[in-house]
Design a protein around this ligand. Sequence first.
Ligand SMILES: Nc1ncnc2c1ncn2[C@@H]1O[C@H](COP(=O)(O)OP(=O)(O)OP(=O)(O)O)[C@@H](O)[C@H]1O
Ligand SMILES: [Mg+2]
Length: 573
Amino acid sequence: MWTLKRFLTPYKSAAILAPLLMVLEVAMDLLQPKLMSSIVDDGVLAGNLSHIVTTGLFMLLFALIGWVGGAGCTLFSSKAAVGYGTDLRQELFDHIQKFSFRNLDTFQEGSLITRLTSDITQMQTFVQMLLRMFIRSPMLIIGSIIMAFTISVKLALILILSVPILFIILYILISASYPLFASVQNKLDKVNAVLQENLAGIRVVKAFARARQEKKRFQQANEDYTHTAVKAWRIVSLNAPVLSLMLNATIVAVLWFGGFQVVGGDIAAGDLIAFINYVTVVLSSLTSIGMMMMSFSRAKVSATRINEVLHTQPDIQSGDDMSRKGAGQVEFRDVYFRYDGEHTLSGITLTARPGEKVALLGSTGSGKTSLVQLIPRLYDASQGEVLVNGVNVRNWDLQDLRSRVSIVLQESILFSGSIRDNICFGRPDATEAELRAAAQAAAADDFIMNLKDGYDTELGQRGVNLSGGQKQRISIARALLMQPEVLILDDSTSAVDLRTEAIIQKALHSLMKNSTTFLIAQRISSVKDADCIYVLDEGEIVASGTHEHLMAHSSHYQAIYYSQQRKEDVQFG
Ligand SMILES: Nc1ncnc2c1ncn2[C@@H]1O[C@H](COP(=O)(O)OP(=O)(O)OP(=O)(O)O)[C@@H](O)[C@H]1O
Ligand SMILES: [Mg+2]
């Protein structure tokens, strides 16, 4: 947990000032009971009015100084804590941006959200509390005990007895609640996971009329969280009654023994009042320490969870080979790949020469997406080499590689913002002409110009106000605008009609004639004119060649061809 303290470094001065100002407040607080006893003994009991007035004024003055110290401490400790939280949150966010797809597979999104929000808040609260309390409480306790001893050693012995007892009780309560708070954060993860998944898929939920089941799922996670949290707080809440019991017992003891001493003339009445004041301060400061320990144990849980993310090395590290400009030659040399468990791809060997159009065909789950994701290093091959322009992708500068290899993912993901922003996502500096050209090649220009605001049309979150085919075309335009050397289209025309698909293909043909295109498609009609078609089955290439070659030599390909032929006959015949 202490590794996270480096985030406090930029706020060092505020973090040092806060406790110093607190010393001022505490010192003033400690003086008050003494002055009060002087008012009682030398003023009230001695009938000395001017002493009451001057001492009263001093009390006011000290209170004012204490107030300045306290307010200053709050100000600086808040400044340091908020700064700390902000920096930590930013660092965590930045680190997550470096995560590879594989890293993202391990942490659930819901859990990342909890870590970015609740866990950071927990740390922030702790830092603020620490800066205010870690000086205040111990100083108040020690100071008050010393003051108590100066008043009466005999009475102070009562404190020596009650303080350790209270301390032990607090310690037990806190140790009991610590494991519960770890589990509270985990339950909160679950709540956020359900929430996140539900919101991302709320349309599916509605379409399948699953709202009731989802409600139940959420309710379960939510109640589970509440249950654990209540259990933890129940233990914590025992603090208050235990404290007030100890406090009252101690005061009764002090009054009992002190009363005899006052009567016997060993101690003045005012001193007894001051003494009781000090006792109250000692015991209530102990609760503050209890609260601080609580906050500490919660922060420790959160720190562990934050460090888990910060210490996860992005499993894809950039190489440093820059500027390997070429025309987009791609080569797979005996490549194996697995997510975890069995191999998803085995013994893949293929070459795509610059300017070629390579097609991947295969049933669903055969590994097409997995294969192309290795080219821009969204995942790393487990064995074998993937080369772009003759250089192993592992040696490429990652930024450079990904600016040359553009992928249109199977699922079109757009962002809220204008259509223009979305297409220019990878190249915000593109000119209007480039933008239009990319959109035209993706057969998107026409429909965009028909929208009321054209390219400035605002999209909802994830582009909800567009049709599936429109989203696909914007995704293609976004990739084309990168003017990539390698363009990968993962089933990117599945949602457009055959005529639009033909338009896109034709435009691509002229636009991408100097670079390489990987085309994944379900329909043979979409890949017929490819320079080479690879047929994938269960992660292996079972046949390759041109359409004509495959028609003549591959039974696998023929089977796919005829099955689609029949379907089309049914559809169009
Ligand atoms: N992130 C992942 N983690 C674990 N397994 C995965 C992951 N993504 C895909 N798989 C598995 O890898 C195999 C190949 O999936 P892939 O997405 O490459 O198939 P595909 O050929 O693209 O299928 P489709 O035509 O349906 O898009 C499947 O069995 C799938 O379950
Ligand atoms: Mg796929």
